[in-house]
Design a protein around this ligand. Structure first.
Ligand code: ATP
Length: 358
């Protein structure tokens, strides 16, 4: 039997609720499959760890993670600690340190769920956002001078390297090529940002020459928001920078019903390092501790993790179990209009996994 080593980092807020729920459905999926097992090590990193040790993860955190087959991550963020400290202390060092350059964010309206858009059914909204995940606006380049004085200056530099842009474009085209519609939209802002973003566009156009079977178009990031709302059907795969995709994927998740259902995979496609799987939502302290966080985003990303590990059939079964519960219309958490708890949704998905036709 194949055994996969999984590092689980529940982190903060509702991360600590949805990751244990996800581990439960993963366990049910592995038991049902019978062909593989998951050996899970839970790492207590995040804001509580920071309070005790002055850092979000141990100094050798990346070394500890390196030997795992995948990382299953919850969320990081704390009302008492500045967001840039928590983000740069845990999630970003893992994404950047492990060169997880392709962030893949699928969005679709699961059966039984409704979009806040009028007349928008599941056939109208089925997207994947591919996010450049290692540089761009989140490269961390910049600084502050004349601190606290009236003359203070803050500089935040976006970094676009040709090598990183080329590889994310190739990744997006390869992914688009595998989809039924084979359409890729370049999201850009090269009208106002005339250096890195113009190179971004040029690399896209050059890469497109090798993918004649993929149709393409180009949209400014502001314009693509209106297209997502008014003409969702015209979009298939989108490739966007780190910041743009971050924003667009929250919009995409909400248009598909709730941010609570949306998954993300931070991939190192060459598999030199472990990849990381997480729901796209954050720590959501407004609902933390109430037991009502929607675990579906954590389940969907668990299905993506199984797929990445080579257990595609088990991943598909987990997805079918999730859809069986959403199609039934209950139990669903309050963000989807229901009254159920995280635990009730988790148990229903586990039951669906065990049932014969999932
Ligand atoms: P962070 O700063 O850590 O990215 P946040 O708490 O500012 O996160 P999100 O966690 O992304 O923001 O969530 C925004 C809002 O969406 C939350 O306030 C919460 O009400 C809702 N939400 C997010 N995730 C879920 C979920 N899994 N289930 C139900 N509601 C959710």
């Amino acid at each position: 039997m194949t055994e996969y080593r999984i590092a689980a980092i529940p982190g903060d807020g509702i991360g600590a609720e949805v990751i244990p729920a996800g581990l439960k459905v993963l366990d049910a999926t592995a038991q049902r499959d019978g062909g593989f097992a998951l050996r899970v090590t839970t790492l207590p990193w995040g804001s509580s760890f920071f309070r005790r040790h002055g850092r979000l993860m141990p100094e050798d955190g990346l070394e500890q993670l390196r030997g795992f087959d995948a990382i299953y991550f919850g969320a990081v963020g704390d009302p008492q600690i500045a967001d840039h400290v928590t983000l740069w202390g845990l999630r970003l060092p893992i994404c950047q340190g492990f060169d997880q350059y392709a962030n893949v964010r699928p969005t679709r309206i699961l059966p039984g769920l409704t979009s806040p858009l009028r007349n928008c059914g599941s056939a109208d909204l089925d997207w994947i956002i591919v996010r450049e995940n290692t540089e761009g606006e989140y490269s961390g380049a910049g600084g502050r001078v004349h601190r606290s004085l009236a003359e203070e200056v803050g500089v935040e530099v976006s970094v676009f390297t040709r090598a990183a842009v080329e590889r994310i474009m190739r990744f997006a085209f390869e992914l688009a090529r595998k989809r039924e519609r084979r359409h890729l939209t370049l999201v850009t802002k090269s009208n106002a940002q005339r250096h890195g973003m113009v190179m971004w566009d040029e690399v896209f156009a050059a890469t497109a020459k090798a993918y004649a079977d993929v149709t393409t178009d180009r949209e400014l990031v502001d314009a693509v928001t209106t297209r997502m709302v008014l003409r969702p059907r015209t979009l298939d795969v989108m490739v966007a920078t780190n910041l743009h995709a971050d924003i667009l994927s929250d919009l995409a998740a909400s248009l598909a019903s709730s941010i609570g259902i949306a998954p993300t995979a931070n991939l190192n496609p060459e598999r030199r390092f472990p990849s990381m799987f997480e729901p796209i939502h954050g720590s959501a302290f407004d609902i933390a501790g109430k037991g009502i966080a929607n675990p579906i985003g954590a389940f969907w990303t668990a299905a993506m993790m199984l797929d990445h590990l080579g257990e595609g059939e088990a991943g598909a079964r987990l997805m079918a179990a999730i859809e069986r519960v959403t199609r039934a219309g209950e139990p669903l958490t309050p963000d989807l209009g229901g009254t159920a708890t995280t635990l009730q949704v988790t148990d229903s998905v586990c039951d669906a996994i065990q049932s014969a036709n999932c």
